[in-house]
Design a protein. Structure first.
Lengths: 112, 115
């Protein structure tokens, strides 16, 4: 059974610092991995999707890497801003059309 | 990205009544929809998976007679919480995927409070 873990559970940094969020999964046979952002009381916003054949994806200040063999993904957020404060969730999917397995999330607070 | 609209965003109901939550894919055909439940400060818990025109597949421990899911069209799925009780109070989120994209798109969520 796939298990997804996110460490740390919470993170607080001053504005301008780079954020590093970790995600690990026990079964390396994944189809893709997605990073999401969730604001309090809201749904999920997809940030980046990495296919199993890819090593990384970038969008603006966000960069996500994937090391499938070691079961790890890292989300980097450069030059953090207070608006980046949210919960970040990673999720993996075993095969196309299958369900997502989520990590517990990392709550991020960026202090002005 | 594709848009998934969930309605209502919040609802308060009396214990014993039923509540229906709608999930619509606005600009794509959602062949598969997922319903999640989320408790405060916890991650999403998958409740069921539904494919258009088929019966939903429920996760272990989820009562199918209590959480009725209908996915009668490629753009609409509904979750009905029957005979709601205070312990059903939670945040419910739907997700939709089409046959082309493997990326999952999520609704805004529905905050259900049963009093």
């Amino acid at each position: 059974k796939q298990e997804v873990t996110q460490i740390p559970a919470a993170l607080s940094v001053p504005e301008g610092e780079n954020l590093v969020l970790n995600c690990s999964f026990t079964d390396s046979a994944i189809y893709n991995l997605q990073w999401f952002r969730q604001d309090p009381g809201k749904g999920l916003t997809s940030l980046l999707l990495i296919q199993s054949s890819q090593r990384e994806q970038t969008s603006g200040r966000l960069n996500a890497s994937l090391d499938k063999s070691s079961g790890r993904s890292t989300l980097y957020i450069a030059a953090s801003q207070p608006g980046d404060s949210a919960t970040y969730l990673c999720a993996v999917i075993k095969a196309a059309g299958n369900k997502l397995t989520f990590g517990g999330g990392t709550r991020v607070l960026v202090k002005p | 990205g594709a848009v998934v609209s969930q309605h209502p965003s919040w609802v308060i109901c009396k214990s014993g009544t039923s509540v229906k939550i709608e999930c619509r894919s606005l600009d794509f055909q959602a062949t598969t929809m997922f319903w999640y439940r989320q408790f405060p400060k916890q991650s999403l818990m998958l409740m069921a998976t539904s494919n258009e025109g088929s019966k939903a597949t429920y996760e272990q421990g989820v009562e199918k007679d209590k959480f009725l899911i209908n996915h009668a069209s490629l753009t609409l799925s509904t979750l009905t919480v029957t005979s709601a009780h205070p312990e059903d109070s939670s945040f419910y989120i739907c997700s939709a995927r089409d046959q082309v994209h493997t990326e999952a798109f999520f609704g805004q969520g529905t905050r259900l409070t049963v009093v």
